[in-house]
Structures are given as C-alpha cells and as structure tokens.
Design a protein around this ligand. Structure first.
Ligand code: SAH
Ligand code: SF4
Ligand code: F3S
Length: 437
C-alpha cells in the first residue's frame, strides 16, 4: 500500500442494527475529536468508514458493492471497514477489497491509530475484543437528537444456531452502572429527551445484583429525561424486576420488542432458542398483567432448515395469539460458521418467499389493527423531525408509532395529541389544547 495524505473530512455509513448505528455515532465523535470534519457526501470524504453488518448474506454483500462504488466515484478516499463484517472476515477483507483499515466493533476506539497507520501506507487492522476499554477510551457525547441510543450491554452467549452475533460481537458483557448513569446524563445535557438502552441481549444487563429494571429506575430520576426504551430483549432474560419496572416507571414506554423467531417448539429447539412457544407466551401474559396497554413487537425467521408447512403454520397461529403492533421478519440466511448452515433440509427459495409473504400479510394485518385501536385516544407525542407539509411535524407515540400533526411545537417538544386517523404505517393526530393550570 502507498502512503496517503492524512484525511481532513470523514463520512460514516452504518448498515446494521441500532447498536451498529450507536457505534457509528461514536466513531464519528472520535474522528471529530481528532479535528476531522463530517461530510454527508461519501464521495467527497477523505475517510469513509463503512460500518458493516453480517447478520444476513444481503447485508454482507452491500459492503462490497459500496466499496466498488466509492472506488468509481469517490476521490480515492481512505476506506475503513468497521462493524461485524470486519470482525468476521478480518484481514481477508483487506486483501479481497483492498481497503486501508479493518476494525472490529470492539476495537474502534483505536481508529485514530489505525488512520495514522494507513496514512503511512500500512494496513490498519484491529479485531481485538477488549469491550470495556473501548467505552473508556471514547470522547464525551456531542449534541444529539431528541431520541438517543445508549449501549449498555454487548455480545451474546446464546448461540442460536443460525446467528453470527456471538462470533462478531463476542461474549455477553455489561457496562458498569456509574458509566451508564453518567452517559445518560450527558445525553440529556446534549439534548436527548428519550434514551433507548441498547444491547444484543439488553435485558441480560446486570451489575452485581442490579438488573435492567434497577438501571431504568435510576435513569427515571434524571431531570429532563422524559422517555426510556430498551431493545433487543431475549425471552429468557425477562426478569421480574424488569417486568415490575413496566408497572412502576412512568417514563418507561409501553413497548416491548421480544423476538420469538418461530412458533414451533421443534424449530425453536433446532434453533437453540432455549425457550418454548408456551414459555414465551407466558412471559407476555406476565408483562400484560402489569401493563395492559403494552405494544408488543417481535422478530421472525421463515424457512429455517427442516421447517415444515405445519411448523410454519404454528408461527402463524402464534402471531394470531399475540397480536403484534410491529414486527420484523426475515428469510433464513445461512451464515458461514454457524451450525444451521450445514443442517439437512435447507428450504428452497420459492418456499421461503411464499412463507414470508403469508407471514408478512398476517403481521401487516395486526399492525393495522393495532394502529386502529389508538384512534380516538389522547397521548403524548415526542416531536422528532419536520414532516413533508409546511407546519407539519413528525413524532412518536408512547407505542412507537409515527404520528403526523400540524403544530408550532419544535423538535424535542412533547405535545399532547388526539389520534384521529390510522394508516398502516403511521397515525395522524390533532394537538389538544391543554387546560391552563
Ligand atoms: N439478539 C436479538 C436479535 C439479533 S439479530 C435476539 O435474539 O432477538 C436480529 C434478528 O435478525 C433476529 O432476531 C433474527 O430474527 C434475525 N436473524 C438473525 N440471524 C439470521 C439469519 N441467519 N437469517 C435470517 N434472519 C436472521
Ligand atoms: Fe443471535 Fe440468538 Fe444471540 Fe439473538 S440471542 S444475538 S438471535 S445468538
Ligand atoms: Fe448486524 Fe452486527 Fe448488529 S451483525 S445486526 S451489526 S450486531
């Protein structure tokens, strides 16, 4: 490799989950702290950080097409591959795609050193996994939007047989209590009204005998913080303390994303999910008992190896039983190095397409039905951005629905709204005139 001039501008593009987006923000802050200027145009940046995702084949492929595009249209930028593809493929990707830097999700605090290396013409490679030292080495949070992410837990020890996350993110680890309380306060100081606590298994977070419910109760005390959310949870880590927080903490929004993947016990077992259809449904009953209006969300995989039509039908009946307000569904994608990739009974693409279509029809039906139940209700909306029409703003309901409304309120304000109309993917509301106190 040849030496390059030190970059003056940077662009970070994140491809993955919310934790990947959080990492992208923190890498940006790190570059800004080094004196680089952010640019929205990847083709104009001296340094482009591609913050990749490895979860499904399509996500992984995106990075290669992006690198090709940058080479064609960009001003010969320094290219850093970060994120989960960097972790999974390591040095191989540097040779295959001729990039300057390869940095894993637990090593990006070393980005400044890696940029210096690449400037000298050496490959900047770091895929070590010292999770906690990363957080300690990052600069303070900059200005953030009204809804901010805070990673509290990383990694996964669950080893579902289809999933790469335990390999790309490493073992489960919880950030310490005080670091999180401090970061939450600095996010609120930087403009956040809502904080979403993040982790691959966020409800596995613990510090000593304190669980996520205890952390949420502590964050509840931060003045100026109006809303708390968390994602993604695993059914087996749904502690009573966390369920009770849904009963007691008003700032904790009535929304739970609890992926189930399949409604068939045979498939759940083959997936190594370590919960059954029934134990999952019982957890939802316990949550609904303390917070009857909670909106439920899930993730589903169709076409796991060996999935029969009857087993798929079990997933459809589970969906009927739950009534999700929102859901994410995927065709099974065999991932290199995972046990499921070499299992017998891989499902034909046409069968997967058909099942995904039927699954999504059921999920869309339930989402529309849930949205319809909120018409006529009055709720708080956190304003997040301007809408398409003049005077229109877009915000979120407590149940994570997008709400359009005409208002003079500004981004970050919370207004009381009467929901007057539900569309499949969003609501419309009218700002209510609060009675003068
Ligand atoms: N830790 C979270 C989810 C992480 S990945 C959990 O266990 O719920 C997000 C979603 O991607 C998963 O819930 C699953 O539905 C999907 N997913 C993961 N690996 C996949 C694969 N190999 N093929 C298709 N979908 C996959
Ligand atoms: Fe992947 Fe399963 Fe861990 Fe979720 S719990 S990250 S699906 S291995
Ligand atoms: Fe993708 Fe890594 Fe997140 S594989 S989903 S970016 S943890």
């Amino acid at each position: 490799m040849t030496a390059k001039t030190a970059p003056k501008t940077y662009h970070v593009k994140s491809f993955g989950c919310q934790m990947n987006v959080y990492d992208g923000e923190r890498m940006g802050e790190l570059m800004a702290a080094q004196g680089l200027t952010a640019t929205d145009d990847a083709n104009a940046a001296d340094l482009v950080v591609l913050n990749t995702c490895h979860i499904r084949e399509k996500a992984t492929e995106k990075v290669y097409s992006d690198i090709g595009r940058l080479r064609k249209h960009g001003a010969n930028p320094m290219i850093a591959v970060a994120g989960c593809v960097a972790q999974a493929e390591g040095e191989e990707i540097a040779h295959r795609a001729k990039v300057d830097i390869v940095v894993g999700p637990q090593a990006y605090h070393n980005l400044p050193d890696l940029v210096a290396k690449a400037t000298r013409g050496e490959l900047g490679l770091d895929t070590d996994m010292p999770v906690l030292s990363k957080f300690g080495a990052l600069p303070a949070r900059r200005k953030v939007g009204p809804s901010a992410f805070l990673t509290v837990q990383e990694g996964c020890d669950k080893f579902c047989t289809y999933c790469v996350v335990p390999y790309t993110r490493g073992a489960e680890i919880s950030r310490p209590w005080q670091a999180l309380v401090d970061e939450a306060k600095s996010l609120v100081d930087a403009g956040a009204k809502e904080i979403t606590l993040l982790g691959q298994n966020v409800n596995a977070w613990s510090d000593g005998d304190r669980d996520l419910g205890a952390l949420i109760r502590e964050l509840d005390r931060i003045p100026g913080l109006a809303r708390i959310r968390y994602t993604t949870s695993h059914p087996n880590d749904m502690t009573q303390g966390l369920i009770d927080a849904h009963r007691d903490v008003e700032k904790l929004m009535p929304f739970l994303h609890l992926p189930v993947q399949s409604g068939s016990d045979r498939v759940l077992k083959a997936m190594n999910r370590s919960h059954s259809r029934d134990s999952y449904l019982r957890i939802l009953d316990r949550v609904r008992a303390v917070r009857p209006d909670i909106a439920l969300s899930g993730d589903f995989i169709v076409g796991f190896p060996g999935e029969t039509e009857e087993e798929f039908a079990d997933t459809l009946s589970l969906i009927d039983a739950v009534g999700y307000s929102l859901a994410f569904s995927f065709k099974y994608s065999p991932r290199p190095g995972t046990p499921a990739a070499t299992m017998d009974g891989q499902i034909a693409p046409a069968v997967m397409d058909d099942r995904l279509q039927r699954l999504q029809a059921a999920l869309n039906r339930d989402q529309a039905a849930f949205n319809a139940t909120t018409v006529g209700r009055t709720c708080d909306v956190l304003i997040e951005r301007p809408g398409k029409l003049p005077g229109q703003m877009l915000g979120k309901s407590p149940w994570l629905q997008s709400v359009h409304l005409m208002t003079a309120a500004q981004i970050g304000d919370i207004v009381e709204v009467e929901i007057v109309r539900a569309d499949p993917n969003s609501l419309s509301g009218i700002e209510t005139i609060r009675a003068a106190a």
